[in-house]
Design a protein around this ligand. Sequence first.
Ligand code: IMP
Length: 451
Amino acid sequence: MSGSRRHTCVFGLGWGDEGKGKVVDLLCPAFDLVVRFNGGANAGHTVCVGADRFALHLLPTGVLHEHVTAVIGPGVVVDPSTLVAELDALSARGVDAAPRLRISDRAHLVLAYHKIEDQLSERAAGPEGKIGTTSRGIGPCYADKMRRTTAVRFADLVGEAGLEERIRKLVGSRKSFLNAAYGGDGGLDADAVLTEIQSARRRLGSNICDTTALLHGAMAKGDRILFEGANGVLLDVDHGTYPFVTSSSTGPHGIGPGAGVPDSLVTCRVGTAKAYSTRVGSGPFVTELDNEIGERIRQRGREFGTTTGRPRRCGWFDAVACRYSATVSGATDLALMHLDTLSGFDEIGVCTAYRCDGRILHTPPAAADALARTEPVIELLPGWGEDLGGVRFFEDLPADARSYLARLESLVGVPITMIGVGPDRTQTILRGGMSAALGQPGRSRPVQVSK
Ligand code: IMP
């Protein structure tokens, strides 16, 4: 991989589920370490290798590659039981990931009371007010992190004397809070929390280290690092469709706080998006197609959540939102996935601008109610009938598919250097800088992968 692409970030430009797992998996042979820097078990990365389908939530996708050291950075909130279950599930399928996993001693633990609070607060908010979270305890855990006095970090597992006493106190005060706020504590039990912590110490203790020092040491000796974003920029706590967002920094700007590496060192920033839009959970979705076209996209694209199994809301590609997230995150490359899903439509819509309260907008409004009133300005482009699953060269795509890509590229302002035409690793077309970076200069070529 060329110098300018040495440290790379793959991240979502939408509301998550853009196919990041597959892109990371594809790039892995060129990297030594793969790092998660944000989010927690709310993420869901599906990777298909031949007939095997792996769904990962907390582990970096890189663990599927034997040469990769997988790192969970300080900015990730880790549910230890989910992590152990994921390691065990991989081990049962012959992937021994534990020896190559490093967990930051600065990372925070998601414990039972975070998940209980997540569920109870969503239930209390009701269908209109709820965020539609993944119920994985993400928001309450990040809230504890910011509150500082009520957080538990991996460093506490290996060092802190008196942890048991502190946990008992924490659980006691959390029970009082839950009872007062929601009229119940969801069966929260201090002994169960302590058992979970002891099990995490036993199973994960040897994986805990100062990952910040590890990464800087690796960079000093010339190792290449791939940063794997979770969720997507439109779910970013600062830049997303607030308040219908997650609780972390989901783009490359999250690498500084979330991994302890200056994001200025990460010069290749691959933003992933689908050839259409999807969203799970609540919140405004300007291009949503709540009709048979949306249903057709959902079925063809198998648009059901990896983490929760929820049907995803589907709509046309939103170039306004995508240009905004590409700008905020400094995307250098666009990986456009699921192009094959759009085969068979006579016409394909693209949102080129927003119309809100009689005004034309070219960036999303900040207020959720304004975004909810916003309508898409749709441009219709000719579709194509051909199945794209077997196409490996850009030049072999139907002319209308190439025109579609060219239009998206000019609207978003970022070159499309990867195109997904099916779920398997090999069903990917590389272009331009990306094919050169992966050692395939010249005409775009079929992807070579190592299992
Ligand atoms: P939380 O991250 O579980 O708090 O959920 C907040 C919002 O982000 C909800 O709308 C979730 O559905 C959404 N969300 C969080 N992570 C992902 C993801 O990886 N893919 C899709 N949606 C996500």
